[in-house]
Design a protein around this ligand. Structure first.
Ligand code: 3PG
Length: 305
């Protein structure tokens, strides 16, 4: 059967080689569309039984164009780019590859934070992360890696996650917090790791940002959609001590960067999972999951049940 890998942001070549091996060893054929448009994906998916994507949008148009499609695997964590209702309506199983790229995202958190607090290494005096407070908003796979690295920097770490038992955080030497207001008011640094969904879209705005202590920094390596951008712009105007770091840029980035260039740091493209290791982990997991699904309906990580 044909398995389409359609990624606007290509995997590292070594990951593509591994994906090809998994697919071909199972007797299937890899169709590779890198840096393509949605039209390219739609044309290529017509005779494919499976589709592997990253943040690439998979909507009704794609499902309508794919009569043979059985499974879509999002090589990564967040699946807000896939229309789950349409997948279900078309009888397609959707899976993600949880945890596979989480270390890469967590390392980027600190790469960006260091660049921010050292003034982009411009020769002026910055600050250190040691002994500073870090609140982790959602303690999933990325949040846990962020906590592990933060402790290496000597930060004081707390986390909020209603789906994670206090004992799990305590075992990691992380202080459990039980309200979002407490998380934002008690930590100079807050790192966002919530998914983008109907409950979370635009949920981080003026109220929470205003709670951050003096010299507060919000770092968002999750999704731009969870930020209320108008309110972010307003709070950045009102509070000249506040800084915002994000992978990827908000829609109003140009406007913000003109007004507050030193208090912002953005990646030009979503870079969190863009390492060879993460590409190999997530890409190979996706290929194996596709093969398992096509073989016997394996669906352990199905998200549209
Ligand atoms: C994820 O949800 O796994 C990350 O945001 C990575 O997304 P990407 O595969 O588009 O880099």
């Amino acid at each position: 059967m044909k398995i389409l890998v359609a990624t606007e942001k290509p995997f590292a070549p070594i990951a593509v080689a591994g994906i090809r091996e998994v697919i071909e060893n199972a007797g299937h054929t890899l169709v590779l569309v890198e840096k393509g448009t949605k039209a390219d994906m739609i044309a290529a998916v017509a005779d494919c039984a499976a589709l592997i994507v990253r943040s690439d949008k998979v909507d009704k148009e794609v499902f309508d164009a794919a009569p043979l499609l059985k499974v879509v695997v999002r090589a990564g964590a967040g699946y807000d780019n896939i229309d789950l209702a349409e997948a279900t309506a078309h009888g397609v199983c959707v899976m993600n590859t949880p945890g596979q790229n989480s270390n890469a995202v967590a390392e980027l958190v600190f790469g960006m934070l260091l660049s921010l607090v050292r003034n982009r290494f411009n020769g002026t005096s910055g600050t250190e992360l040691k002994d500073k407070t870090l609140g982790i908003h959602a303690y999933g796979a990325v949040g846990r890696n962020v906590a592990r690295i933060a402790k290496g920097f000597g930060m004081k770490v707390s986390a909020l996650d209603p789906f994670v038992a206090d004992e799990v955080m305590i075992a990691d030497n992380v202080t459990p917090v039980h309200s979002v207001d407490e998380l934002y008011s008690a930590n100079q640094y807050v790192s966002l790791h919530i998914p983008a969904n109907d409950q979370t879209r635009r949920s981080v705005g003026k109220h929470l940002l205003s709670l951050l202590p003096k010299n507060g920094v919000l770092i968002n390596t999750a999704r731009k959609e969870i930020i209320n951008e108008e309110e972010l712009a307003q709070v950045l105007c009102e509070r000249t001590d506040l800084r915002y770091v994000a992978d990827v840029k908000p829609d109003c980035a140009d406007e913000l960067e003109t007004q507050f260039p030193e208090r912002l740091l953005f990646t030009p493209k979503k870079m969190g999972a863009q390492t060879s290791e993460a590409n190999i982990n997530a890409g190979l997991a996706a290929a194996r999951q596709v093969v398992a699904h096509l073989t016997d309906g394996w669906n352990k990580f199905q998200v549209n049940k």
